[in-house]
Design a binder for this molecule. Sequence first.
Ligand SMILES: C[S@@+](CC[C@H](N)C(=O)[O-])C[C@H]1O[C@@H](n2cnc3c(N)ncnc32)[C@H](O)[C@@H]1O
Length: 281
Amino acid sequence: MAETKDHWSSEAYQHSASFVPKLATKILQWLDPQKDDVILDIGCGDGVINIQLQDILAQGSGSIHGTDASPAMIEAATQAASKAGASRCTFEVVDALELAQAAHLQRGHFTKIFSNAALHWVLGSCKASRAQQAGVFRAARDALAPGGLLAFEMGGLGNVGEMRAALVGAVARRVGLPRAVEHDPWFFPDEGWAREMLETEVGGWEVVRAEREYRPTRADAGAVEGWVRLFGARFFEALEEGREREECIREVVDVLEVVCKNPSGGFHLGYVRLRVLARKL
Ligand SMILES: C[S@@+](CC[C@H](N)C(=O)[O-])C[C@H]1O[C@@H](n2cnc3c(N)ncnc32)[C@H](O)[C@@H]1O
């Protein structure tokens, strides 16, 4: 199901989560972009990584097409690419849950597909069913040329456990656990889930490698509050805008400022990353 409200803002993202594209080094190594690659990016955000790949792609006939469900992110990415003269980067608003309906992206002409820090939102959005989740990987397979590679990194099982517990707990106290869980937008699987989904449920994929890594991450300039307001936005929609919502946000932030405090300074967030490299058979 398509997102109805755009929760994303490039300014808030750069203030509270600029570490997300900066920490993509390992999955970019797995992607191993070459000068003639034709790459599809699922959930490209504000295009920081896409623009980074321009230099390699411009040495040959390569290109990268960034897709994202957020018009605000695509607008920011388009402007940033134009400013940087990154002519090999194109962008388009596409909900990944509807990739199969985007006929122009289903012609099997991409050599690689990349996705960083987006699939846990895609697969969790609106409580996507297992069939919808499989649909994303089927559409990704059909977008690729035979032998093409899919390299993705997303939140893995246990990701931001302390943040999620504080969010679910504070919202549940006000509206009950079932409603709080309905507003939890994330899906954090493990390597076994990814293998089963790609090789068995969807088929036509070989998982070349998969790993999960605990990667505690220093909070950005927006600190804990910036993170909670940006990434927790969908939880708080369970509450009326105004006093009740603000009190709940304050409670979550107060708890997490204690739990995430680094005695050496700043705050650390308990990120767990799931990385997968798969080949289309
Ligand atoms: C944390 S950001 C990551 C952005 C970028 N890949 C990066 O590394 O900076 C997650 C992105 O996933 C996008 N997203 C969430 N749900 C989506 C969906 N159903 N289809 C496509 N993009 C989606 C959001 O709009 C957001 O830009």
